[in-house]
Unconditional design. Structure first.
Length: 209
């Protein structure tokens, strides 16, 4: 075999391996993370959230409790709280959700909330005014430490991810890689992004170079 042929074969094998290395994509609806201080304010001192179901990331769960997000123009009711409690409260909505609320929410990585707008949370007659923490979550891939080596990616990398679907395949750019040995590898997009690519359960993403 000549060199050219071998190179082509190697390229094909690498492409095939990359294809198999795709990862599960999950669509996150609007949700709230609360500090214990804000759980106390909304549900009572020392209140513990009730686990409804566990999420793909170890230890993370959707709680049974719900809150209302109140903006200057309108409200979003029945918004799920994700546990466990965090050091700082954070509200994650889609850009579409921001319209009825009457607020502008910046695209930020989770936890990066300095300088973001505040919002009001309500549970019945109890309210909490967050000084900051309203964001549209930047799309990201949680990558386990072991998979990061296989996928040749590192914490903080910005990659492109291809989504194949009927009628609406697309490539997302500006996807953040987040690596931790506490993660299970999965991509998180919001509902605006999910609708844009005809997401359905089982949709997989593939890093493209
Ligand atoms: Zn995530």
């Amino acid at each position: 075999m000549n060199e050219q042929l071998i190179d082509n074969l190697v390229d094909q094998v690498v492409a095939k391996i990359n294809e198999e290395r795709g990862f599960l994509v999950e669509a996150s609806g609007r949700h709230v993370h609360l500090s214990q201080e804000h759980i106390d304010a909304l549900f009572g001192k020392g209140y513990q959230l009730t686990i409804d179901k566990y999420l793909s990331q170890p230890g993370q769960y959707a709680a049974k409790e719900r809150v209302t997000i109140l903006g200057p123009k309108g409200a979003l009711h029945n918004v799920v709280i994700l546990g466990p409690a965090r050091s700082a409260s954070q509200v994650e909505i889609s850009a579409t959700d921001a319209l009825p609320l009457g607020v502008k929410a910046p695209v930020r990585e989770s936890g990066d909330i300095e300088g973001t707008p505040g919002i009001v949370l309500m549970n019945g007659s109890k309210t909490v005014t967050l000084e900051k923490g309203l964001i549209v979550a930047k799309r990201h891939v949680h990558v386990s430490a072991a998979d990061a080596i296989k996928m040749n990616v590192a914490q903080g990398d910005i990659v492109k991810v291809r989504i194949n679907s009927e009628q609406r395949s697309l490539i997302f750019d500006d996807v953040v890689i987040r690596v931790s040995d506490k993660f299970v590898t999965a991509m998180h997009i919001d509902y605006d992004e999910a609708n844009a690519c005809s997401f359905k359960k089982g949709t997989r993403g593939y890093i493209v170079k």
